[in-house]
Write a protein that binds this ligand. Sequence first.
Ligand code: EPZ
Length: 429
Amino acid sequence: MASYIIHGGQRLEGEHTVQGAKNSALPILAATVAARGECVLHGCPDLSDVRATLAILEHLGCAVKREGGAIIVDSSRLRGCEIPGCLMKEMRSSIVFLGPLLSAMGCANLTAPGGCDIGERPIDMHLEAMRALGVRVVEEGGRLRCDVREGMKGARCSLYFPSVGATENLMIAASTARGITVLTNAAREPEIADLAAFLNACGAKIHGAGEGTLVIEGVEQLHGAEHTVIPDRITAVTFLLAAAVTGGEILLRGARPAHMDAMLSVLEQAGCRLRRLEGDMLALRMYGRPRRLPTVRTMPYPGFPTDAQAAFMALAAVADGTSIITETIFENRFRHVSQLRRMGAFIRVEGRVAVVEGRRHLHGAEVDACDLRAGAALVVAGLAAQGETRVRGIRHVDRGCERFEEDLRLLGARISREEDDLGQPEEAN
Ligand code: EPZ
């Protein structure tokens, strides 16, 4: 099991260029299946989840290559619409191939992605949205068999929760459905608008992305396009937090502060000095110890993102005062709490509410990363802690953080990576 070894207490200082957004790159790569021709994607981060997506594209018959910093996908020779379980299980979010395959092939045979560390993660809204477009969905034995003989037809559809993945699947499928599709209570995350921008570059007619209601005029066929993925707002704030917990300072290049408002507001109320510089630069400086956080409650965008909850808990763990963090999106996203406690954090959990009494110091310990964001949070805590912290199971972190330890080292962190080939691969979540 691969591990990070961190010697905490080093003040981080320097510049960091934000990677491309994992949660934008993954659906856009899947959507290339629906675009007949060659797509050139810039800014896709080099992550295990991206490599898992490329493996699925190649399995489906797409030609995939990397040239310079771009990923080039040609889906002209798409064959079949079946994704085997071994590829589906590599990455839970491969359900986002459902819409693209239905658009391109009129069928999709996938393994229903199981639950994961952070929750049961059903796909009922995805399937209801496809049925609304006229897709026949058969679920049996953990497999999904979907087909639509006469082609998909536009429809009115409403989500009972603004699901990111369900919005993505419907947006891609409806792009080539006959007629108009209206989706209400759609997810509003920046990654949704980025996917819509890519699809519109491919010839789709999607209006209202980033707002609560999407209107999609179906077109005959999507063509290839060139697109640059937006910056990753979650890894961006993770680096801000790494500087904050070490009383350091950092200049982020290539950030998109407008996507980070809810998180930046919490950082400022915790005592961080933030400066939004021209273009896409963001500077943070932390003097002394963080103040307790204002009440944090994870919500769909533009609310506070659930993906940042764990890393902000690491900040709360060393803050002066008591912070209250409520997780409303996933039912099991506090698994980093027990690991932070091993480092001396004082956290009480009642249901979905964590009460964090800040400590002046955490101490190093052996801890386990049980999912991507929990793992990144434990690294942030290890940077603040006194002594040595070993974070095990960091293949989870590899799923979402590109060059993580290298970039932290460039900022002055004492962090190294230890591979243990005997380790068991961690399952995707
Ligand atoms: C996306 O997951 C992100 N993943 C997640 O990031 C992120 O936490 C999540 O959106 C919320 O912002 C990618 O984009 C690849 P949802 P997704 O559908 O689409 C329930 C990370 O660490 N739900 O918005 O799966 C679901 O169980 C990952 O980068 C249903 O009940 O999230 C959850 O409680 C983790 N039925 C809530 O809705 C459904 O059909 C939000 O899920 C679909 C979802």
